[in-house]
Design a protein around this ligand. Structure first.
Ligand code: ZN
Length: 300
């Protein structure tokens, strides 16, 4: 009888040890950091967009970067991460996205390995960019800069770009046939897969290119995290967010725009941020990271 008890006790101890080992392994896996995503704060009274990703192997990816005023903050982050950028995605040639990048190229010795763009011909912008043509022309000038001109890569729709453990797929390119709200609608749309987490960056995609995304990429749109289009106002329609089904929203949105405040208080402006916020509530989004709240790091 005593011998039987001893065997039983041994078996229980063995099972308990196995359970402890299994829970340690699960816990270790849960604590693995696959990437860090920083949403950059705004540093001027204007809207901007900038994101930095640090991969598992410490490679650095930047998406846009913001205005001239946002450059010191961006530069500080890049320096902290080792002082080089492995991949820089520029969604479209508006200054609230590319001016900080231009400042870094012109005024610093930060090494940039690859610069990914999607662009129409300059003639196209001269026809359709409207009053913001000057910004586009400024950007075209920097493409000829000796420091970077060999680093520029024009992305293709559905192209896959792997940067360390981050898989980037290009879902949207420059859409030359869309001539309404043309420069915003020419935004690159990038889906990133990081282990089991996916993020869709919509840039400043408007309603028209959003519709095209639904028509051509609907199966690929589903993602855990979405960067809300065009700073959260007047971007894509609700149907695009319905297809994405994100649980987390990234808002490149300053306080005044978040509140649709033209200077006379909450919801006194002409922007559609409040409507977009309502869509996200209806779609059950629980987590929001908003530019107005300062630099924010998400561990993925
Ligand atoms: Zn913008």
């Amino acid at each position: 009888m005593e011998a039987k008890n001893k065997i039983l006790i041994k078996k229980i101890v063995f099972i308990l040890i196995c359970l402890v080992i299994i829970s340690i392994i699960i816990n270790l896996n849960c604590n693995v950091v696959n990437a860090e995503l920083i949403q950059l704060k705004d540093n001027s009274p204007r809207q901007m967009m900038g994101y930095i990703l640090k991969t598992k192997g410490n490679e650095v990816i930047v998406i846009d970067g913001g205005l001239k005023e946002d450059e010191p903050n961006l530069l500080e982050h890049i320096k902290k991460l080792g002082g080089k950028v492995d991949a820089w995605f520029l969604t479209h040639p508006h200054m609230d996205h590319v001016q900080a990048f231009m400042e870094i190229v012109y005024n610093t010795d930060i090494k940039i390995e690859n610069i990914y763009v999607t662009l129409n011909d300059l003639n196209w912008y001269q026809k359709y960019a409207g009053e913001r043509l000057l910004e586009v022309e400024e950007f075209f000038k920097i493409l000829q800069n000796e420091k970077i001109k060999e680093k520029i890569k024009y992305v293709e729709q559905n192209e896959n770009i792997n940067i360390d453990n981050i898989k980037c797929e290009i879902l949207g390119v420059c859409n030359p046939e869309i001539t309404v709200n043309a420069v915003n609608n020419s935004s690159m749309v990038i889906k990133m897969n990081i282990n089991k987490t996916s993020i869709v960056f919509l840039g400043d995609t408007g309603a028209e290119s959003g519709k095209k995304l639904l028509e051509t990429q609907k199966d690929k749109l589903k993602a855990d995290i979405v960067q809300v289009a065009h700073h959260g106002q007047n971007g894509v329609e609700k149907e695009v967010y319905e297809a994405i089904q994100a649980k987390i929203c990234l808002w490149p949105t300053p306080q005044w725009l978040w509140d649709n405040d033209s200077g006379n208080g909450y919801n006194t402006g002409i922007w559609k941020t409040i409507e977009t916020r309502k869509w996200m509530d209806e779609l059950g989004v629980k987590e929001h990271y908003i530019e107005k709240n300062g630099d924010t790091t998400l561990t993925l």
